[in-house]
Design a protein around this ligand. Structure first.
Ligand code: SAH
Ligand code: SF4
Length: 384
């Protein structure tokens, strides 16, 4: 299979180029601009992985393409399928780095969960990816390539009509913080949305952020995709203890960005993700505070039972606690489904993704824990 170019190969990938960049690449080979359109359709509508398969291109053009370019797909280093049908791929890129992609099938549809970075700069304490240092941003080719490779796995080419797609949605909820790699994520999502290719509408794409406030507006304006925000706590002290990014962008700023998210309305609500951590954020007082916090934001909640991973410092709230938390939100007029964990047996559920490429040292993890403990100590002192 055609993989992203190994470092020794100087040929460049065509997958991942914006439409105008593809036009420039075609012009640089001395070809007319309609060739770019043909290439686009072969790659994104037909899913061609080799130039040799693009049968209506002249032999000389195909030879030039072979000389200068590759189509460019991630290789699959490992594929696992859960007992519940969830499938996880460890994708490997040209420089050997790896990231995970997950498909979560429903009856006749399903979401592909895509990674935006190898590792993550952020260190949310409940997240497995957060124990891994950021290695690098993924390129637009690697982001769109994850979706294309997932579709290869189900033979979903050429692109079917909307209602017949099994891989019907994209959630940017894999490894990494998509708003810290916005340019590449945006290029990739524009490719995915283009009508004459993969043609997945913006309403079928959800970007999840830990709350990178300055980039939120741009995401709505340039992409118009659904926004999910990892909220996880109703007050700054609790949130800062489990999500250090809250110290940089506290809840007041985050809520203001949500209130003005372009396109958000009662018909198109922002999703607040809320991971249920035993004794941490799951009491009736937390639920009350949460409802006060989100006043004025067109929103719904998604309650995520905490998914444990080896060495994780938390436990999931009891089922009854999760249910009464959901009931309180429901009584308050909010939609608050409890997300059914999927693919836990293959560590494919939310927050369980991690590749073995780079780990934080035990010392760094201890330091991080100490910072969080200190925040807790401050909180307790303030409560006295
Ligand atoms: N970095 C982005 C997107 C990836 S994480 C973000 O943080 O939003 C996808 C979701 O899984 C986020 O809501 C995240 O908070 C949640 N999550 C992380 N670790 C988890 C765990 N162990 N159990 C349940 N959900 C988790
Ligand atoms: Fe990064 Fe999101 Fe995990 Fe936080 S929850 S460490 S932002 S991937």
């Amino acid at each position: 299979m055609d993989t992203l170019a190994p470092p020794t190969d100087t040929r460049t990938a065509l997958v991942g180029l914006s439409r105008s960049e593809l036009g420039e690449a075609v012009a640089a080979m001395g070809e007319k601009s309609f060739r770019a359109k043909q290439l686009w359709q072969w790659m994104y509508h037909r899913g061609a992985r080799e130039f040799a398969d693009m049968t209506d291109l002249s032999k000389t053009f195909r030879a030039k393409l072979e000389d200068h370019h590759i189509v460019g797909r991630p290789a699959i280093a490992r594929e696992q399928t859960s007992t519940d049908g969830t499938r996880k791929w460890l994708m490997q890129f040209g420089d050997g780095q790896k990231a995970e992609t997950v498909f979560i099938p429903e009856d006749d549809r399903g979401a592909v969960c895509i990674s935006s970075q190898v590792g993550c700069t952020l260190t949310c304490r409940f997240c497995h990816t957060g124990t891994q240092r950021l290695v690098r941003n993924l390129t637009s080719a690697e982001i769109v390539g994850q979706f294309m490779t997932a579709r290869d796995s189900y033979g979903e080419w050429p692109t079917p009509n909307d209602e017949r797609r099994l891989l019907s949605n994209i959630v940017l909820m894999g490894m990494g913080e998509p708003l810290y790699n916005f340019d590449n994520v945006a290029t990739a999502m524009k490719i995915v949305m283009a009508d004459d290719g993969i043609a997945l509408g913006k309403r079928r794409i959800t970007l999840s952020t830990s709350g990178v406030v300055p980039e939120i507006h741009r995401c709505g304006e340039e992409l118009g995709v659904n926004l999910a925000v990892s909220l996880h706590a109703p007050d700054d002290d609790t949130r800062s203890a489990i999500m250090p990014i809250n110290k940089k962008y506290p809840l007041k700023d985050l809520m203001a960005a949500c209130r003005s998210y372009p396109g958000a309305s009662n018909a198109r609500r922002i999703t607040f993700e809320y991971v249920m951590l035993k004794g941490m954020n799951d009491t009736p007082a937390h639920a009350q505070a949460l409802m006060r916090l989100v006043r004025g934001v067109p929103c719904k909640f998604n309650l995520i039972p905490f998914n444990p991973w080896p060495g994780s410092p938390y436990e999931c709230s009891d089922a009854a606690t999760v249910q009464s938390f959901a009931d309180m939100l429901l009584d308050g007029g909010f939609s608050a489904p409890i997300r059914t964990p999927r693919g836990r047996d293959i560590l494919a559920a939310c927050g369980q993704l991690k590749t073995d490429s780079e780990k934080l040292s035990a010392k760094e993890l201890r330091e991080r824990a100490a910072v969080a403990e200190q925040t807790w100590a401050e909180k307790e002192a303030a409560a006295l």
